[in-house]
Design a protein around this ligand. Structure first.
Ligand SMILES: [Ca+2]
Ligand SMILES: [Ca+2]
Length: 360
């Protein structure tokens, strides 16, 4: 592992207070700029699993950890945080591949909960201020999992060939952004739990991942899933929006439903069970190779949930599926917070048409 301090032989600590513009010039063209009060840049190059493990354990605000092309097999987790001004960046090319073939466990588990963190390709464990960019994760039980981790950015990563879900925002992981990324070929062991992107936790798992010691929802709120390619060969929903989560954005994504298995009710690109999400300008396709019935579904798993979601300007090609582009199954239980499907959504190839509710 080579560690390059931001400024010659002076320690990174000595650089604190150097103006952001000066640091920006020193900052190796990463495009990351720090405020005048921000911490200094430290460039960390890694090219082995041991070096990656060390870099994660030693991470400090402002670090840019760069993966060389190659395979990194191990149990990788982050327990240190960046800041808004000085995020911690983990970056590499798509040919830098993280895996966890031994299904090792992050030992940092919460007290009093029956929770294990095993087999994760990369675990963000109660951290903020991470930027994950470019690299790949495959051959793990789950791909990238965030627990208690908010204000992180996943940009341009690829997750595939995992046994269960690809990317999971869990245990009140909020205000994260997943963008420009690719998730495909998930659920290789448990098809019914092979979602591409998973937001929150099912009510049955709130004792493990919910607030207030498990008595309240998993509030993984306000996460944004933008401009990603999800599918094909995602065996469950491409995005599963769980009950108890609110105010997320699902925008500009491309969904390929081929390979959805129908296991564990997975028969749509998205199952929207949270509240007050915006779903807009997504392009969904299905060619008939799988068990897709509807493009989008809502369901109410707990009272009041699955309501207040808005669909705008989505293009849906269902390839001859038997259902709707947008099937709002629980509108009658939404009271004063109905779901809204605007008339600028389009559909082809769905036997029942655009939606079961009147468009507004
Ligand atoms: Ca599911
Ligand atoms: Ca379903």
């Amino acid at each position: 592992m080579s560690v390059t301090k931001g400024h010659g032989v002076r320690s990174r600590r000595a650089l604190i207070g150097v103006t952001g513009s000066v640091l920006g010039l020193i900052a190796l063209g990463t495009g990351i700029s720090y405020g005048a009060e921000g911490d200094a840049l430290r460039a960390v190059s890694v090219d082995s699993a041991a070096e990656l493990t060390a870099a994660l354990a030693d991470a400090e605000p402002g670090d840019v950890i760069t993966l060389a092309s190659g395979t990194y097999d191990g149990t990788f987790f982050a327990t240190r945080s960046g800041t808004d001004d000085a995020p911690i960046t983990l970056t590499g090319p798509r040919t830098a591949v993280l895996s966890n073939t031994e299904r090792g466990c992050d030992p940092n588990v919460p007290e009093g909960r029956d929770v294990k963190y095993c087999g994760l390709g990369l675990h963000l464990n109660n951290v903020s201020g991470w930027h994950l960019t470019g690299f790949s994760v495959r051959d793990a039980a789950k791909g990238i999992v965030l627990d208690g981790s908010s204000n992180n950015v996943l940009d341009g990563v690829e997750v595939s060939d995992v046994e269960d879900e690809g990317i999971h925002f869990r245990t009140s992981s909020s205000d994260n952004i997943l963008r420009n990324s690719s998730v495909h070929d998930t659920g290789t062991k448990q098809p019914g739990f092979g979602e591409g992107v998973y937001l929150g936790s099912a009510v049955s798992n709130w004792p493990k991942f919910g607030e207030d010691g498990g008595d309240s929802p998993d509030r993984s709120d306000r996460n944004q899933v933008i401009d990603n390619e999800i599918g094909p060969n995602v065996t469950a929903e491409l995005i599963d929006i769980k009950e108890g989560t609110v105010d997320g954005v699902i925008s500009g994504n491309t969904f390929d439903g081929d390979g959805i298995t129908g296991d564990h009710f997975s028969d749509s690109w998205i199952d929207a069970k949270g509240n007050d999400y915006i779903l807009e300008e997504n392009i969904g396709t299905f060619t008939g190779d799988g068990e897709v019935v509807d493009g989008y579904q809502t369901h109410q798993q707990v009272p009041g949930a699955g309501c207040g979601n808005t669909w705008r300007a989505n293009e849906s090609d269902l390839g001859g599926a038997s259902g709707f582009a947008i099937n709002v199954t629980n509108q009658s239980k939404c009271g004063t917070n109905p779901n809204v499907v605007s008339s600028d959504n389009t559909v082809t190839g769905a036997d029942k048409g655009l939606t079961n509710i009147s468009t507004g």
